[in-house]
Design a protein around this ligand. Structure first.
Ligand code: C2E
Ligand code: CA
Ligand code: CA
Length: 658
C-alpha cells in the first residue's frame, strides 16, 4: 500500500504540481483532514454565531425600528443551526456534512438578517449597513476551511441574495446599485480565488508531508532490510557470526549484571569435507541447510539463539544453569541431526549418516573473565568430542589437562619455541632383534619452558596439532634429525614422527625432497611414523603425498598400531614398510589373555607383509618374549633411552637396515 501511495505522490508532487489530483490521494487527504476539519468548523461556527449575535447591538443602534425582529431572527437561526451542528457532531457526522451545515448556517444567517433588516424605514442607514453582507462571504471563503466547491456555492447564494436585496431595496440611485453590485461581485471573486488558493496550498502541504513520511518509511524499511542482510547467513538464513556475536555479548552482559547464566554449544558436522568431496558442493550446501533447519526447529522450541559460526559449524546460545541440563540439551541437538538420517556413505567409522559433534560450555562463577573464554571452552569441548570419535557431546571440563590454562600458555610458548631455542631432539635406538644391532633411531621432540622445566610431548604435541604450530615444529624436527643423525652419520636410518597436518600440507613431499637434496642424503635413510588413531581422514591428496614420499625412498611406518579404530582400514590403503605395535600390548602380555593378544596382533601385522616393531621393551623378559615371537625390531628403555645426539657414538659399519 505504502509503495502505491508513494508512487502517486511522486507523480503528483514534483512533476505535475498543478495537474489533476489523484483520486486516491484526494480521498486520503479528506480522510486525513476529517477530524481536524470537524473541530475547526465546530469551533468556527460557535465564534461566528457569537459575533452574529453580538451584531444585534448594531441592529439596535442603526435600525432600531426592526431590531426586535432582526435580533429575534439572529437568535432563532443561531440556536437552530448550532443545535443542528452539535447533533451532527455527536452523531459522528462526516466532516463534509458538518461543513455543509456550517455553510448553510452562514447563508441562512445572512438571508435571515437581510430579509428582516430590509423592512426598516431607515433606508439611508440601511444602504450603508448592507455592506456587512460582504463579511458573510469572506467568512465562508476565508474563516472556515470549506472545500472550494462548498465555499463557491455558499458564496454564490449570498451574492444572489445580495442582488435580490439590492434590487428590492427602495433606493433608486443607479450609481449606488452599480458600485455596490460591483463591490459585492469583486468580493465574491476575490474570496473565492483566495479560498481556492488556500485549498490548493493545504493539499500540497499535505502531499509534501505525506511524501516525506513515505520517504522516511522507505528509508527505514531499506535500513531494516540492509541490517537483516548484514546479519544473515545467505545459505541457511540463520544469524551469521556477526549477529550471533552480538547475541553472545548481550547474554554475557546479562550474566555480568544479573547473574543470568547461559550455555554455548558449538556444533560441527562430522566428516563434512568428505561429504562435500563425494556428493559435491551443491549437496553439501543442501546438507547444511537441512542441518540448519533441524537446529532451527529445536532452537525455536527451546527459546535458544542459533547461528552459523563458520563453514560446517553452528552455534547455539541458550539460558541454562545446570551441567545436567546442558548435557541433556547437547544430546537433544546431536539426536536432532542424527534423526534427519541423511546418507553419508563416505565416512569410515561404521556410521553411514550425517552426524554432529557437540561441545558445550556453561558460564560459571569466576570461570571466565571474558565472553571469548566461554567460546574457547566450548571449542575445547568440541575438540574433545571429535577426539572421542565424533557423533557425541562433550561438556567443557576444566580438570581435563588439555583444557587447562596451561594449554594456552603452551600454545603461546610454541610460537616462540624455535626462535628461543626451547625445542630440542632426542634419539632412541631401534634394535634389530635378530642381530642385536641398532637398525635406526627414532627422533623424539623435547620442549622446555623459559625457566628450563621440561614439558612432556604428550602435553605439548596435542596443543601444537590443535594450533597448527606442529607444521613449523615438524619441519624443524625433520631438518634437525637429518642434520644430527644422517649428516653426522650417527645411524643409518632416522625415523621422525609426522603429524597428519604435515601430510595434508600441500607441497610437503616436495619440501622433503628439497631438504634431502640440500643435505645430500638419500630418501631411503629417512622414515616417517604416522600414528594410528590420529585425526586423519584418508583422502586422495594424502595418499598421493604418501606415494610421493615413498617414491623418494622414504619409509612409512605405522605407529601405535592397535590403539585406534582406523588401523585396519589404513593397512588396506597404505603400504606401510613397518608396523610399530603399541607398547600397551607388550606391557599387557603378563596375563595369558594379554599374551594371546600380543601373539595375535603380531601375526596380523606379519600377514600384511610389513616389518614388525614392538615398542616399550623394559625388561629382559620382554626381550625374550619378542625373540620367541620372532619380531623383527624392538625399542624400549631396556635397549636404550631417548638421548641427545651429543651422547651418541658415531655409527660403525655393519648396521642392519630397518
Ligand atoms: P611415540 O611416537 O609412540 O614415541 C614413543 C614414546 O614412548 C616416547 O615418549 C618414548 O620416550 C616412550 N618410550 C620409549 N621406550 C619406552 C619404554 O620402554 N617404556 C615406556 N613406557 N615408554 C617408552 P615421548 O618422547 O614422551 O613421546 C610421546 C609421543 O609424542 C610420541 O609417541 C609421539 O607420538 C609424540 N612425539 C614425540 N616427538 C614428536 C615429533 O617430533 N613430532 C610429532 N608429530 N610427534 C612427536
Ligand atoms: Ca613414534
Ligand atoms: Ca609409539
Amino acid at each position: 500500500m505504502m509503495h502505491t501511495v508513494t508512487d502517486a505522490i511522486y507523480r503528483d508532487v514534483p512533476r505535475n504540481p498543478r495537474g489533476q489530483p489523484n483520486a486516491m490521494l484526494r480521498a486520503l487527504y479528506r480522510e486525513h483532514l476529517a477530524d481536524p476539519r470537524r473541530q475547526t468548523t465546530r469551533q468556527g461556527l460557535w465564534i461566528a454565531v457569537l459575533v452574529y449575535v453580538l451584531f444585534s447591538i448594531s441592529d439596535l443602534l442603526l435600525i432600531p425600528d426592526v431590531a426586535s425582529i432582526t435580533v429575534t431572527t439572529r437568535f432563532i437561526i443561531s440556536a437552530i443551526m448550532l443545535a443542528a451542528m452539535e447533533w451532527q457532531v455527536r452523531r459522528g457526522g462526516s466532516a463534509d456534512a458538518i461543513d455543509a451545515t456550517a455553510a448553510l448556517a452562514l447563508v441562512l444567517a445572512y438571508g435571515g438578517w437581510v430579509s428582516t433588516a430590509l423592512l426598516t424605514a431607515q433606508t439611508e442607514i440601511m444602504s450603508y449597513y448592507m455592506v456587512f453582507g460582504a463579511i458573510f462571504m469572506m467568512s465562508i471563503g476565508l474563516f472556515f476551511n470549506f472545500s472550494f466547491r462548498l465555499s463557491l456555492i455558499a458564496s454564490a447564494i449570498i451574492v444572489l441574495l445580495f442582488f435580490f436585496a439590492l434590487l428590492s431595496f427602495p433606493q433608486d440611485e443607479q450609481v449606488y446599485k452599480l458600485t455596490f453590485g460591483i463591490f459585492c461581485l469583486s468580493c465574491f471573486i476575490f474570496t473565492s480565488y483566495v479560498n481556492w488558493k488556500l485549498n490548493h496550498e493545504r493539499y500540497h502541504v499535505f502531499l509534501n508531508a505525506l511524501a516525506a513520511k513515505a520517504r522516511q518509511v522507505e528509508a527505514a524499511e531499506r535500513g531494516e532490510e540492509l541490517l537483516r542482510l548484514s546479519n544473515t547467513d545467505p545459505l541457511t538464513g540463520l544469524a551469521n557470526r556477526r549477529a550471533i556475536d552480538a547475541t553472545l555479548r548481550e547474554s554475557w552482559r546479562k550474566w555480568q549484571s544479573a547473574a543470568t547464566p547461559f550455555a554455548v554449544f558449538l556444533i560441527d558436522v562430522d566428516f563434512f569435507k568428505k561429504y562435500n568431496d563425494y556428493y559435491g558442493h551443491l549437496d553439501g550446501d543442501r546438507c547444511l541447510v537441512r542441518v540448519a533447519g533441524a537446529l532451527r526447529d529445536l532452537s525455536t522450541r527451546h527459546g535458544a539463539a542459533l547461528g552459523r559460526y563458520g563453514g560446517e559449524e553452528f552455534i547455539v546460545v541458550v539460558g541454562l544453569n545446570r551441567d545436567e541440563d546442558v548435557a541433556a540439551f547437547a544430546e537433544v541437538i546431536r539426536g536432532a541431526v542424527e534423526g534427519l538420517a541423511l546418507r553419508h556413505e563416505q565416512r569410515r567409522d561404521g556410521t553411514a549418516t550425517v552426524t554432529v559433534s557437540v561441545g558445550a560450555a556453561l558460564t560459571k562463577d569466576g570461570s571466565a573473565p571474558r565472553v571469548e573464554k566461554v567460546i574457547h571452552q566450548a571449542d575445547r569441548a568440541l575438540y574433545s568430542a571429535k577426539a572421542a570419535g565424533r557423533n557425541c557431546v562433550k561438556l567443557f571440563d576444566p580438570d581435563d589437562p588439555n583444557n587447562s590454562d596451561d594449554s594456552e600458555n603452551i600454545a603461546a610458548l610454541l610460537k616462540i619455541a624455535i626462535a628461543q631455542d626451547l625445542v630440542s631432539m632426542v634419539y632412541q635406538p631401534v634394535q634389530d632383534l635378530s642381530g642385536g644391532q641398532t637398525a635406526a633411531v627414532e627422533a623424539l621432540m623435547r620442549l622446555r619452558m623459559l625457566d628450563g622445566a621440561p614439558i612432556s610431548p604428550s602435553t605439548f604435541i596435542p596443543v601444537a596439532e590443535r594450533t597448527g604450530a606442529i607444521i613449523e615444529l615438524g619441519q624443524w624436527a625433520i631438518r634437525r634429525a637429518c642434520e644430527d643423525i644422517l649428516v653426522r652419520d650417527k645411524a643409518l636410518v632416522v625415523s621422525v614422527n609426522v603429524s597428519p597436518l604435515q601430510l595434508q600440507m600441500p607441497g610437503f613431499a616436495a619440501w622433503v625432497a628439497l631438504t634431502l637434496s640440500e643435505f645430500g642424503i638419500g630418501g631411503d635413510r629417512l622414515a616417517f611414523e604416522i600414528t594410528e588413531g590420529q585425526d586423519l581422514e584418508i583422502q586422495s591428496s594424502l595418499l598421493r603425498c604418501i606415494s610421493d614420499l615413498k617414491s623418494l625412498g622414504i619409509k612409512i611406518w605405522l605407529d601405535d598400531f592397535g590403539t585406534g579404530f582406523a588401523g585396519l582400514s589404513w593397512l588396506r590403503l597404505i603400504d606401510f614398510d613397518c608396523v610399530k605395535i603399541d607398547k600397551s600390548f607388550l606391557h599387557g602380555s603378563g596375563t595369558s589373555k594379554g599374551a594371546v593378544m600380543l601373539t595375535d596382533i603380531v601375526t596380523l601385522a606379519r600377514n600384511i607383509g610389513a616389518r614388525i616393531l614392538v615398542e616399550g621393551i623394559e625388561t629382559e623378559e620382554h626381550l625374550a618374549l619378542l625373540h620367541r615371537l620372532q619380531v623383527d625390531l624392538g625399542q624400549g628403555y631396556y635397549l636404550g633411552r631417548p638421548a641427545p645426539v651429543s651422547t651418541m657414538r658415531a655409527r660403525m659399519s655393519g648396521y642392519a637396515r630397518a
